[in-house]
Design a protein around this ligand. Sequence first.
Ligand SMILES: [Zn+2]
Length: 247
Amino acid sequence: MIVVAQKKTVFFLLAFIFMGGVSASAITLGLHPNMNNWKKEAIVITDVKTDKKVVALTFDDGPDPVNTPLLLDVLKKHDAKATFFLLGIKVEKNPDLVKRMSDEKHELGNHSYSHADFNRHDDDFVRAEIQRGNAAIKKITGKKPHLFRPPGGYLSYKMVDMIREEKQIIAYWTYQQDSKDWRNIKASRIADHIISNLKPGQIIILHDGTSNGSETVKAVDLLIPRLYEEGYRLVTVSELISMEKRE
Ligand SMILES: [Zn+2]
């Protein structure tokens, strides 16, 4: 019995070390010990309880001068609204694209200023990343974003406090709806992943600002008609939050 117990302990220790060393977003999602409390408090949102067939498409790490205009064209073609989590540094370089997103009624959220690894920096740096990201968007739209999505899915008690102080909400994503589209994945596979995991109230994470962005744009063009065929409607993350079914 003792041997068994020791083996188990070693297994859990190894599992813990392994998971601690991997910063992949999917693992972070379930791993933070306070995640469920933050979700109850609605300071962190991963999905929304609803009977209605609605989901939110979200796009990270842009705006990208090549892929984002194509994505906006695709969204317009299908009359779809999305939420963009923007990097302040790219917002400053592409103000016209940000203006276009805003004019076309997409929601703009903050994804930090430079996508720095928050694990490697102190509180002042993290606060500055959040505030500079907010300021870059506000300078163009005149409106401070309501939503923040931390780079790499980073979460800490201190950072959540900072977001409370900013009177914002952390818009995470639905674990099952992370297709890892930023990897070298073809459009059809990205769309298939989303359709086969589809449920009402989900927040779907995609990336227009990474190197596989052109496949993501093609995926969205395949995906939206299929979502409509399934009877789904696309809303922004803030609209989705406002539709939450209260018990
Ligand atoms: Zn990102």
